[in-house]
Ligand binder design. Structure first.
Ligand SMILES: Cc1ncc(COP(=O)(O)O)c(C=O)c1O
Length: 421
């Protein structure tokens, strides 16, 4: 495969964009391919190469690229204006659609990204409880804001992951391992009446794909209720992907607050905080906890979300989930055939192969993987016409645009790619 044009563009880009990209994960070595266009399950680069896309913009593109209904409805909206600076009726309609589907949602505040949503949800929890400490899980990603850019060291106040974040900011962020009831119980006891909220990715999608163990989320709901701690479920990845009502509906656990992004905008930038009315009303201007955004609730993203909800019906999920099941079974069959003892984790349309023979159920076990081998696999897949996220710690997504033929072709590429590591 020839990547000459992408190489040239990358060499130019590094002069104008830090690292040549606008989000760091995109900058894989030696240089990323530069996209020219995308349609359905395929993404095409500047050199004319075609890839079956399982990165899907890191999750939002659940209908495949340039879905016709989304395109048509977006063109109509474009002609009606792209930013009003005053409220519009469609914002109420989209809030109603979210409330209809999501068990914990009684009110919604729209933002422009998942980062803004989790940042505001944490501020809301701190404002409501008057407490400063928060608990997050090792390896969980909730966006690029200071309070949550902390990954390392279990059971202690976390050190910032990045220069520029004062340790004072993260001293109130306590890390715990995922799927570990004892450690969380201990931490809560140790910090009694000091913790504002626990924020959790219900399926950890930023260390690959790690589902909660049986009843773990129920345990979390119970312990937070017993200790007057607000539970925030971050559904930026899982929202409207894992089920109509997100992971909270799927696992039957109702948080106090939840956050969304990705799929909610139908392919346009968006985020949202949703939750109990008594809490949500504490946001400005009905309350005093400040939250704002120039583009928040902008008509393109809101209209994208409304169009998305017209397509996301029961049949949609059934078909998508069946494809996920098939995809994982076929991968397992290949691994068996090649006598490779790697782990395949997944829930519905989220999947990841871990390059390790150990079960992966949290951040530490995810780190037992051969990440170098995984990168070789990533490049082998590219050479064989398949694009996945360039990291062991992301997951692959399926869209309704992926045909069975696409998946079968991908399985062949996976076999070749694994053989050639
Ligand atoms: C679980 C989770 N929360 C929050 C975010 C941040 O969302 P955004 O990139 O839209 O700011 C992400 C991004 O991938 C995410 O995966």
């Amino acid at each position: 495969m020839n990547f000459d044009k992408s190489k040239k563009l990358y060499e130019e880009a590094v002069n104008y964009l830090p690292g040549g990209v606008n989000s760091p994960i995109r900058a894989y070595k030696p240089y990323p391919f530069f996209a020219k266009r995308a349609k359905g399950s395929k993404i095409y680069d500047e050199d004319g190469n075609e890839f079956i896309d399982y990165c899907l913009g890191y999750g939002p593109i659940i209908f495949g690229h340039a879905n016709e209904t989304i395109v048509e409805e977006s063109i109509k909206q474009l002609q009606l204006g792209t930013d009003y600076g005053v409220p519009s009726e469609k914002e109420i309609s989209l809030a109603k659609e979210v409330i209809k589907r999501v068990p914990s949602a009684e009110m919604v505040r729209f933002t422009n990204s998942g980062t803004e949503a989790t940042m505001s949800a944490i501020r809301l929890a701190r404002g409501i409880t008057g407490r400063n400490k928060i608990i997050k899980f090792e390896g969980a990603y909730h966006g690029a804001h200071d309070a949550v850019l902390v990954k390392s060291g279990s059971g202690a106040a976390g050190k910032p992951d990045s220069p520029g974040i004062p340790e004072d900011t993260t001293k109130n962020t306590i890390l715990v391992p995922f799927n570990d009831e004892d450690e969380l119980t201990r931490i809560i006891k140790e910090n009694k009446e000091e913790i504002a909220c626990i924020i959790i990715e219900p399926i950890m999608g930023n260390i690959g794909c790690v589902p909660p163990k049986d009843d773990y989320l129920t345990f979390l709901r119970e312990i937070t209720e017993e200790n007057d701690i607000l539970l925030i479920i971050d559904e930026v990845i899982t929202g409207f992907r894992i089920s109509k009502g997100g992971a909270q509906k799927y696992y039957n656990v109702t948080p106090d607050l939840c956050t969304f992004g990705k799929i909610l905008g139908g392919g346009f930038p968006i985020g949202a905080i949703a939750g109990k009315k008594e809490y949500m009303e504490q946001f400005t201007p009905s309350g005093t906890i400040y939250q704002a955004g120039t583009f928040s609730g902008n008509p393109m993203s809101i209209n994208g979300g409304l169009t998305a909800f017209k397509i996301l019906d029961d049949k949609f999920y059934k078909d998508l989930h069946n494809k996920g099941e098939y995809f994982r079974n076929e991968i397992r069959a290949i691994l068996n055939k090649l006598d490779i003892n790697y782990q395949v984790n997944g829930v519905e349309s989220m999947t990841q192969i871990y390059f390790t023979n150990k079960e992966v159920y949290d951040y530490k076990t995810a780190q037992t993987t051969d990440t170098k081998g995984f990168l070789k696999y990533f490049h082998n897949l590219l050479e064989n016409g398949v694009f996945i996220a360039p990291s062991q710690y992301e997951c692959t997504f399926l869209s309704c645009a992926h045909s069975m033929e696409d998946i079968d072709k991908t399985i062949e590429s996976i076999e070749i790619s694994l053989k050639n590591i």
